[in-house]
Design a protein around this ligand. Structure first.
Ligand SMILES: Cc1cc2nc3c(=O)[nH]c(=O)nc-3n(C[C@H](O)[C@H](O)[C@H](O)COP(=O)(O)OP(=O)(O)OC[C@H]3O[C@@H](n4cnc5c(N)ncnc54)[C@H](O)[C@@H]3O)c2cc1C
Length: 221
């Protein structure tokens, strides 16, 4: 049953990503990595649900979403880009997506990092981040969501890579088999993969070919 909640804060995270802080319904519970179906509580939009991932800590008194706005879709995220404090969303039950099963390597593309935000924040808050690594692929440096926060997480090893910025000092190129062979030594660890369909498909296949068992979530975009 969809529940209406008010937006209490909107912030820009990057040039095309927004962070919405919203009310948390009484007794609402989720596990880090879970998502819910979200709609705008606005005429003509209530049936248009899209999945978004919870990014605040599970015990926080509010919920939070980090959302990439596609201005060229004419869809829900374009509307979300124009939302302001006091506007309302409809959220449903939490569901699925990625669950943390132990230290490992998180591989994300773009907004696919969102389930990892909640999981890594949760581990950081418990002091349990050691042994975890984030490999985060983006087009350019300005597309990297929450780079400073990830870099500041004690115990988290971060490797950022960009595909479309030749002058960047970061690692460059797609996360392909050669990249994985070069940057990963242990394929027996846990791997968490999330991002656009093609990336998840190819990274998961490459990991499996290298002997790993990835837990993967595809983000349609
Ligand atoms: C489990 C899960 C969790 C997710 N969590 C998050 C999250 O936390 N944050 C986040 O940012 N994203 C997340 N996503 C992805 C997010 O749901 C999509 O980005 C979102 O559905 C896109 O919605 P939209 O309305 O903008 O566009 P769409 O639903 O893709 O499309 C709306 C309309 O635009 C058209 N369209 C689609 N693509 C294009 C295109 N390239 N050019 C022109 N028109 C197009 C479609 O045909 C459609 O008519 C998640 C996805 C999953 C599966």
């Amino acid at each position: 049953m969809p529940t209406p909640i008010a937006i209490t804060k909107t912030e820009a995270v990057t040039h095309d990503v927004v962070r919405l802080t919203v009310e948390k319904p009484d007794g609402y519970r989720f596990t880090p990595g879970q998502a819910t179906d979200v709609a705008l509580d606005r005429n003509g939009w209530r049936e248009e649900t899209r999945p978004f991932t919870f990014t605040a800590l599970a015990d926080a008194d509010h919920l939070q979403f980090v959302i990439k706005v596609y201005d060229d879709h004419g869809g829900v995220t374009q509307q979300i880009g124009g939302l302001r404090e006091g506007d309302r969303l409809l959220i449903d039950e939490p569901w699925g997506a990625i669950k943390y099963t132990g230290p490992g390597t998180f591989i994300a593309g773009g907004a696919g990092v969102t389930p990892f935000i909640a999981i890594l924040r949760d581990l950081a808050a418990k002091g349990d981040l050691a042994g975890n690594r984030l490999i985060f692929s983006n087009k350019t440096e300005r597309d990297i969501i929450m780079r400073e926060e990830f870099e500041a997480m004690e115990g988290l090893d971060c490797l950022f890579t960009v595909t479309d910025q030749p002058d960047s000092a970061l690692a460059r190129g797609l996360v392909d088999r050669d990249f994985l062979k070069k940057h990963v030594t242990d394929f027996g660890q846990s791997f968490y993969v999330c991002g656009p369909p093609k990336m998840v498909e190819s990274v998961s296949a490459d990991l499996e070919a290298l002997g790993a068992q990835p837990d993967s979530v595809v983000f349609e975009d």
